[in-house]
Structures are given as structure tokens and as C-alpha cells.
Design a protein around this ligand. Structure first.
Ligand code: NCD
Ligand code: ZN
Ligand code: ZN
Length: 328
């Protein structure tokens, strides 16, 4: 008999964009409704690069989402990052991790890192204090095909990084390829990855289904079917190296539906349901709890959440639009 409901420990989202201002007030409640905690990405304009900036942003998130929700802040690494600042923010419990955006790899990454060697003193310090490095793993070299940017990043940047900092805890964010899934699976225990719902549901045909589909566009871009299947296999494998990170990334409608549309998929309202659908299709519902509620906390060295969440099986028509009006 098919299960009609599933109760799991309250989950966490290990990669989300909550934005700021009006957008923050609109989107944060969706994440707070499903998740106890979330790693909040720092790619605001301007990015989060100071302790005061991160602490203020956390307050604004609490205002928008309620105190029941715990935002876990991140620091945006730049060429000018100062190891002292990065360590102080970590020791003072202002941020939990630092985020590496290769310069111009994705939305709001213009202040990102132009050469990873500029970060070596900071990475050395992070390795020493046990602070996690979250990575947007794509090279930006225009000569590299956009579909190959993640696999090339692993060879050119990640492998040397792990060689230079063998104890550094690294999360390869939003993996999209068989290369990434296999690399992380076979790497030492201090290397992990998040996986989004869209990379489990969509392959690159979705971008062109009957026309150009801006709402299926995110970075790293969705790949061929064999890569989607590899991401699925990793997610449902039960390996503690893979955990939930929605990469929910809202943009205003005019920014998505444009001649040069922004990268990012807003998935927060149905995030857990879409993961559950995947785990069910793969016959692995018994592993959803590990992926959603345990592996990430273990990796970050945080306690598991108290309490549970129950999913009910039901037909669910995902609305084409939500009645959220934003004035920008
Ligand atoms: C994210 C965003 O819009 O901030 N977009 C995306 O396509 N994933 C940035 C990111 O996570 O790379
Ligand atoms: Zn990213
Ligand atoms: Zn992201």
C-alpha cells in the first residue's frame, strides 16, 4: 500500500537566496514555513562583506520570517577579504560559512574572486578554525562551453584547492553534473555537495520546451539527462555528503522575462514537496530524512532540529503564478 503521509524531522535548506527589502518580506515566509534553518547566500547588492552588514541582514530576515526560523549567515569572499574579519565573524557566531563566487559567474557576483590565489591567507585561516567554504563551482572563461563550466571548475580549481587545503571543509553548491556527483562521492569526508530540486527534475530540454523558458533558467544551467540521473542517484544514495539546498533564487518577473533574463529559479513554496516527489519516484522515501534533515547539520557540525514535519499525499496543482506583487 502506498504511504499516505510521511513524517520526518524538521528539515533545513543549506542554500537559499532571500534577497532584501520588499522581496525579502515576500519570499522569506515560504522558506521559514518549511525549514527550521537556512544557509542564506550573501550575494546582495552590495554583497555581505562585513560583520555589521551580516548582523543587520540577519535582523531583517528575522523581521520578515519570524524568530522561529534560524538564518545561518554567510560571508561573501572578495579579492580583498581579510582573514581576521572572516575569523571574527565566525567566532562571534555572526556567520557560519564563507561563499566563493568566481567573479561574474552568476547573479550578483561582480565583486567575486578573480584569482583564488588572492584567497589563500583566508582559506588557510578557515581551514584552521574549521569554517566551511561554500563554492559556486563554475569557471568563467568564455572559451569554455557553458555546459562544461562545472566539470572544468573541478579539474582546474577544485582539485588544486583540495590539494592546497586538504582539511578545509568545502560544499560544492548546486551540483548539476555526473562529474560533480562522482567527484564528491569519491572525495574525502570534508567535501560535500548540495542539490537543488530543479536539477533533479529538469534536463536541458526544459529550457526549450515549445519555446524559450526563462523560468527553467538557473546557474549552473540544467544539463543533459544523464547528468540529471547522476544528481538523482547522488541525492537518494544515502551518502552523508549530499544534502538539501534549494538555491531558491527569486527575481522580479520583468528581470526573468526579458531579452537578457536573470539566472535563478524561485522554488521555495513547493521545495520539500518537489524533493519528496523525486525520492518517491526513486523508491527512496526512507532516505529523504537523511538528505533533508540530517546530513547537512552533521557536515556543518550543528545539532539536529527538534520537532517534525508531516507531508500528506495529495494532488497538488502548482499555480502558474502566486499573487505576490512587488513594486520594483
Ligand atoms: C542565483 C541568484 O539568482 O542569486 N542564481 C542562480 O541561477 N542559481 C545565484 C547562484 O546561486 O548562482
Ligand atoms: Zn551559485
Ligand atoms: Zn544560489
Amino acid at each position: 500500500m502506498t504511504m499516505q503521509s510521511l513524517t520526518i524531522r524538521r528539515p533545513d535548506d543549506w542554500h537559499v537566496h532571500l534577497r532584501d527589502g520588499e522581496m525579502l518580506r515576500l519570499v522569506a515566509p515560504f522558506t521559514a514555513h518549511q525549514f527550521a534553518r537556512a544557509i542564506v547566500m550573501p550575494n546582495l547588492v552590495p554583497p555581505i562583506t562585513t560583520i555589521a552588514g551580516a548582523a543587520d541582514y540577519r535582523e531583517r530576515i528575522w523581521e520578515a520570517a519570524g524568530r522561529d526560523f534560524q538564518p545561518l549567515m554567510t560571508y561573501y569572499l572578495t579579492d580583498e577579504s581579510d582573514p581576521e574579519v572572516v575569523e571574527s565573524g565566525f567566532n562571534d557566531n555572526v556567520w557560519l560559512a564563507a561563499k566563493l563566487y568566481p567573479a561574474n559567474a552568476t547573479t550578483n557576483s561582480a565583486f567575486g574572486v578573480t584569482d583564488i590565489r588572492n584567497l589563500h591567507p583566508t582559506l588557510e585561516r578557515m581551514q584552521w578554525v574549521g569554517m566551511v567554504l561554500c563554492v559556486h563551482g563554475e569557471v568563467t572563461d568564455p572559451d569554455v562551453d557553458v555546459f562544461d563550466r562545472e566539470a572544468v571548475f573541478i579539474d582546474r580549481v577544485l582539485v588544486p584547492l583540495i590539494r592546497d587545503f586538504p582539511e578545509l571543509k568545502i560544499v560544492l553548491e548546486h551540483i548539476t553534473t555526473a562529474e560533480a556527483a562522482h567527484f564528491v562521492r569519491d572525495a574525502p569526508a570534508n567535501i560535500a555537495a548540495t542539490i537543488t530540486p530543479q536539477h533533479l527534475h529538469l534536463n536541458r530540454n526544459a529550457l526549450f520546451a515549445g519555446g524559450l523558458r526563462p523560468h527553467a533558467y538557473c546557474l549552473p544551467v540544467v544539463k543533459r539527462e544523464n547528468h540529471r540521473l547522476a544528481a538523482r542517484a547522488a541525492a537518494v544514495s544515502g551518502s552523508p555528503k549530499f544534502f538539501l539546498g534549494t538555491d531558491s533564487a527569486p527575481h522580479s518577473r520583468h528581470a526573468k522575462e526579458s531579452s537578457c533574463g536573470c539566472a535563478g529559479i524561485f522554488n521555495a513554496p513547493y521545495a520539500l514537496e518537489s524533493y519528496a516527489a523525486v525520492f518517491e519516484e526513486e523508491g527512496a522515501l526512507d532516505r529523504l530524512e537523511g538528505f533533508a534533515s540530517e546530513h547537512g547539520a552533521h557536515f556543518y557540525g550543528l545539532p539536529l532540529n527538534e520537532g517534525t514535519i508531516t507531508l500528506q499525499r495529495a494532488e497538488n496543482d502548482i499555480p502558474e503564478r502566486l499573487a505576490l506583487e512587488i513594486s520594483i
